[in-house]
Write a protein that binds this ligand. Sequence first.
Ligand code: NAD
Ligand code: WQD
Length: 337
Amino acid sequence: MQRILVTGGAGYIGSHTCLRLLEEGYDVLVVDNFCNSKSESLERVKQITGRSLTFYEVNICDRNAMQKIFEAHDIDAVIHFAGLKAVGESVQKPMEYYYNNVYGTLVLCEEMAKAGVKNIVFSSSATVYGLSDDVPFAEDAPTSATNPYGRTKLFIENILSDLKIADKDWSITLLRYFNPVGAHKSGLIGEDPNGIPNNLMPYISQVAVGRLEKLQVLGDDYPTTDGTGVRDYIHVMDLAEGHVKALQGPKIENGPAIYNLGTGKGNSVLEVVKAFENENGIEIPYQIIARRAGDVASSYADPSKAEKHLKWKAKLNLQDMVRDAWNWQKKNPEGYA
Ligand code: NAD
Ligand code: WQD
């Protein structure tokens, strides 16, 4: 069976993807420096799957350590999640974001090439569609960035595209995720952000569990059905499945393969709140406050390309997402701590 190196595999999306890879019979190696995760997530992945995985507490920017890993194992492909992802923090600490995300990817790809491993699946983001409101977004829509985090994604997409032009032996897949939420149905793994969550679903879950008092709805004057922001929420297990499909996807000759991973359906903030309340029988107190700088009114995917070429389609709906998010949070009120 193929052996996959997963960078950032202890994180939220990485841990769910490792689980699906192990279930599919792949051998899995994880490289993570645990700067935004805990090794407990990987222990639980082992517990759920009954399979083992190898992990290295290594920073992907550490060239020597990365070289040793590629020398020690016969690796077939890399799924590259490792990166910093907080938009606001990236504005405060741009150099940290460029170093970690962009330089880290350069080191990774150079060490891959030296080892003759030329197959990478990269975590990009719907953030590359910038401030456009021309929804749904197809993969050929114009791209731009509005903050350093988004720019790291755009730079890395461009770097990997250039790598493919220079050396056709590479297989490069750029997956643009929309808004990943939810958790594995066991409730043993899930999203465990540090500090006060930036994102909607973990915020709602922490209000539900009593860690936060109420949700702040960031603006109700957008040109949407109820005035609140509309996003394409996608269940993290559907996303994980998308990575398995990407590994098995068709090889593209001229350029990277780029796919949106979204459901194609947008939901407003208040629809998510209502779905959480109805599905879980818990009231979520909220207050409307001003818009957050840099937020767009609506963002959702045209996911038809992934369906056509990867035979992948999101199967889980908003009810599944809010149920599984809550199942994880109520079983782990303090996350992995
Ligand atoms: P996460 O923070 O939970 O996972 C990222 C993991 O990478 C963490 O375990 C962290 O410790 C590790 N990491 C970071 N820098 C590292 C380094 N230099 N060396 C080794 N490990 C390092 O985030 P996530 O939500 O699972 O996101 C995974 C990827 O998907 C990220 O690249 C993120 O930008 C991208 N993405 C996330 C979202 C989202 O909303 N969650 C949306 C689009 C794209
Ligand atoms: C969703 C909706 C908010 C928090 C971010 C990144 C993006 C990508 C996914 C990585 C919006 C509203 C939120 C709150 C609220 N990540 N909201 N109260 O902004 O679509 O995307 O995560 O690539 O790059 O920017 O996700 O979950 O923060 O917000 O009302 O406390 O919820 O205004 O309409 P976003 P989000």
